[in-house]
Design a protein around this ligand. Sequence first.
Ligand code: CAA
Length: 259
Amino acid sequence: MTDLVRLEVEDGIGTIRLDRPPMNALNAEIQRGLIDACREAAERDDVAAVVAHGGEKVFAAGADIKEMETMSYTDMVDHSSLLQDFTRALARLPKPTVAAVTGYALGGGCEVALACDWRVAADDAKLGQPEILLGIIPGAGGTQRLARLVGPAKAKDLVLSGRFVGADEALAIGLVDRVVPAAEVYDTARSLVERYVGGPAYAIRAAKEAIDRGLETDLETGLEIERMLFAGLFATKDQKTGMRSFVENGPGKATFEGA
Ligand code: CAA
């Protein structure tokens, strides 16, 4: 366990809080802490959705350059798995996730935001993949998730140049979903996922998994993933509750157990 990452749970929402001032530089300890926090958030029944947050000033300015500076190729062969594992842990979290982005979300910080389902940014936030300026490329999923989110041309613009984008441009290219004043970022992010508290947890999980796994494969394989997940939901109490409630009371009245 580490103090650099905390899972704070309130009213059904887990906040994964990065806490390594001044820039939340993501060293190996914080990367491992993120994996642990994701595992805990996935396992806890009192967590329906997750907000990733770096505090009021900064989301994260990337992987810890000072830690990596002297690493050799063989050091990095091992470390690069961890770099991808911590963003994968967030991407695979079987609950809705949203990044609350204040200040800088750069390099590995931007990659943490990319691993979430949605991103809310402060109007003065700056996002980017500046690794090229260090003589490297993004290593925590950035080349892949950014291209899938904003398309290859815009991803290449950002990754090959290393330039930062402001919140408005990030919104225009689909890198973020909402832009609000900095003081409202965390509450707005929470409000985006509050609707999932008390929802049909297995259906929400299956919906996210079908979309994410489907995007990783061809259409026919994606349709087969959907078919199996769809059929599987008929083994849940929530499907019985949801359909019975519709037949007896009309749409939108079901109270789900998340089971
Ligand atoms: N790693 C380690 N330390 C970092 C850091 C990082 N990614 N980003 C900032 N810091 C440190 C600075 O070295 C400085 O430390 P000292 O006080 O000991 O000198 C402190 O945080 C404050 O930073 P600045 O003085 O630079 O603050 P600023 O306001 O002038 O600039 C900034 C802020 C634009 C974020 C600038 O610090 C910056 O460009 N940081 C690096 C961004 C970057 O290149 N990120 C990619 C990292 S590589 C990566 O992430 C690989 C991957 O894909 C996983």
